[in-house]
Design a protein around this ligand. Structure first.
Ligand code: AMP
Length: 280
């Protein structure tokens, strides 16, 4: 695996590879890698050509400074995991490399409704920070294909919108959420959970499964409330459990029995915020 720390150097190398007919498959991450991340590398490897992973804990997307400071970093292990996954290139920039003029959000992305609901509502400014970094990364890494995890369902919608707004020439691939055998969605943030909290955290998956197994056409408000109560009773501080239309995240209280839906949840266990979703 080739490691680049400088934007100009990786850009130059990738542009030359493109000229020689190679395609660039890109997997952006914030590190503290787990099998969910490496499943994205594997998906990109199936397409062939060059797999590029980036590791950058993006300060611009943390609306909570403590969350940023506490974000896990395991760079030596990450490099090992990427070598094992036969990733071709790692981009590991410093903050000053990504934001040479500071990380003032000088550009605003018109995300509309998507930024006002769910994660957007509870983490103000978060998706602007995501767009800022992904846009910069895509300027440095001219990706033909971009691999994202369904785990961050709303983020996938936001990045699709970014690609449309900025007319970026990249195809998005959304890969399934990898879970522990317990059902808990793999997440870098799980590293911050105690063994006991990790067991409790499975309740998010169980609650989403409950919604999936119990949804019926008609009123769904009571089902949502039951789901919130289940998480609250299990010791979570719940931001939301919602049922929304898949693809555009319209929140619904009534289901016609036909529209494709997704159940989404965000809740704190102590100071660790966990999110998950399930297509219904
Ligand atoms: P992160 O490092 O958390 O910013 O995630 C980097 C990429 O990995 C994003 O596209 C995530 O959606 C994806 N990802 C994170 N967790 C999982 C998982 N459990 N399964 C599949 N993809 C994931």
């Amino acid at each position: 695996m080739i490691l680049f720390k400088k934007a100009a150097e990786i850009n130059d190398w990738l542009l030359k590879s493109k000229v020689s007919g190679q395609k660039i498959r890109f997997i952006p991450t914030m590190g503290a890698l787990h099998p969910g991340h490496t499943s994205l590398i594997e998906a990109s490897k199936q397409a062939g050509s060059i797999s590029v992973c980036s590791i950058f804990v993006n300060p611009a997307q943390f609306n909570d400074a403590t969350d940023f400071v506490n974000y896990p970093t395991t760079i030596e292990k990450d490099i090992d995991a990427l070598e094992k996954a036969v990733c071709d290139v790692l981009f590991l920039p410093a903050v000053s490399e990504m934001y040479p003029a500071g990380n003032g959000n000088e550009k605003t992305y018109n995300l509309g409704y998507l930024e006002t609901v769910l994660v957007g509502k509870y983490r103000p400014g978060h998706f602007q920070g995501v767009c800022l970094v992904v846009h910069r990364l895509l300027n440095i890494i001219p990706a033909d294909d971009l691999y994202l995890g369904q785990k961050d369902y709303q983020q996938c919608m936001v990045i699709k919108k970014l690609v449309e707004l900025e007319k970026l020439n990249t195809t998005i691939h959304i890969c399934p959420t990898l879970r522990e055998t317990s059902g808990l969605a793999m997440s870098s943030r799980n590293m911050r959970l105690t063994a006991e909290a990790r067991e409790q955290a499975v309740k998010i998956f169980e609650t989403l499964s409950y919604v999936k197994n119990n949804i019926k056409p008609g009123d769904v408000a009571a089902l949502k409330q039951t789901a919130i109560d289940k998480l609250t009773n299990a010791g979570f501080n719940v931001d939301y459990v919602e049922i929304a239309t898949a693809g555009n995240l319209d929140l619904i209280n009534h289901w016609d029995g036909n529209r494709k839906l997704v159940a989404v949840a965000a809740a704190f266990l102590g100071d660790v915020r966990l999110i998950d979703n399930m297509l219904l």
